[in-house]
Design a protein around this ligand. Structure first.
Ligand SMILES: Nc1ncnc2c1ncn2[C@@H]1O[C@H](COP(=O)(O)OP(=O)(O)OP(=O)(O)O)[C@@H](O)[C@H]1O
Ligand SMILES: [Mg+2]
Length: 215
């Protein structure tokens, strides 16, 4: 088979993401390369565990019915995860696009809240809820980037997950952050029986944050 073209589509401190192939066949390849500044054994464990964790949680999220890319292959020892490429735009870009109506933006936020509710009601904490980690595609809002996710049924962990979402919305979409976060909370409340308990804990988490900043 001829080697397919690889295009870099993203990446942060830990990973590089490529797209390979096109159309329905397009895959996203997330590679966590070695970091020479880390101790080799620690580096190996880190890359392997993040890769494994991301693959497992993606599979579980798919089973519970969340829109997530399908896992195609996992090469833990190489730090490589191959997943379906989701066509669409990052929620971050959609929410900042002047051509997109406010109504549509609020729908996207509501759907984000619905997805978080589904995760939380199944004991999954995403760990990195920023608007770059949602892709708005044909099937709706899909969630990606589960490298920091974990299983937990603690209100505290879920409240911190929401706190990070709120902070991310405030920093990237500050003009409309109240409306955006409120829409996400509506979707969350409608789809998760314990939402009010988590939201009450969110107030505690936030009060703690304010107290820390003052002192
Ligand atoms: N399955 C996918 N389909 C389409 N685009 C993707 C997919 N996975 C990643 N991307 C794109 O690549 C970007 C970075 O991917 P991702 O968020 O998984 O990595 P990251 O933030 O660098 O990872 P980490 O936080 O684990 O270090 C995303 O914001 C998105 O634009
Ligand atoms: Mg990301």
């Amino acid at each position: 088979m001829p080697k397919q073209k690889r295009v870099v589509i993203g990446g942060g401190a830990e990973a590089i993401i490529y797209r390979e192939g096109s159309g329905a066949n397009a895959r996203a390849i997330k590679h966590r390369p070695r970091k020479s500044y880390r101790h080799p054994q620690i580096d190996k464990e880190f890359r392997e565990s993040r890769t494994r964790r991301e693959a497992r949680v993606l599979e579980k999220a798919k089973r519970i019915g969340l829109c997530v890319p399908k896992v195609l292959s996992v090469k833990e020892s190489e730090g490589v995860l191959e997943i379906e490429h989701v066509a669409g735009r990052k929620a971050r870009d959609v929410l900042e696009d002047a051509k997109v109506s406010m109504k549509r933006k609020l729908e996207v936020c509501r759907e984000i809240g619905t997805g978080v509710a589904l995760l939380h009601s199944h004991g999954i904490v995403h760990g990195d809820l920023t608007t770059s980690n949602f892709i708005v595609g044909k099937k709706g809002v899909c969630f990606i980037d589960f490298g920091l996710s974990f299983h937990s049924d603690r209100l505290e962990d879920k409240a911190v997950d929401l706190h990070l979402l709120k902070r991310a919305i405030e920093s990237k979409h500050w003009k409309r952050s109240d409306a955006f976060f409120s829409a996400a909370v509506e979707g969350y409340k409608e789809n998760y029986g314990q939402a009010n308990d988590v939201l009450a804990r969110l107030s505690v988490v936030e009060a703690r944050g304010r107290y820390k900043h003052k002192n």
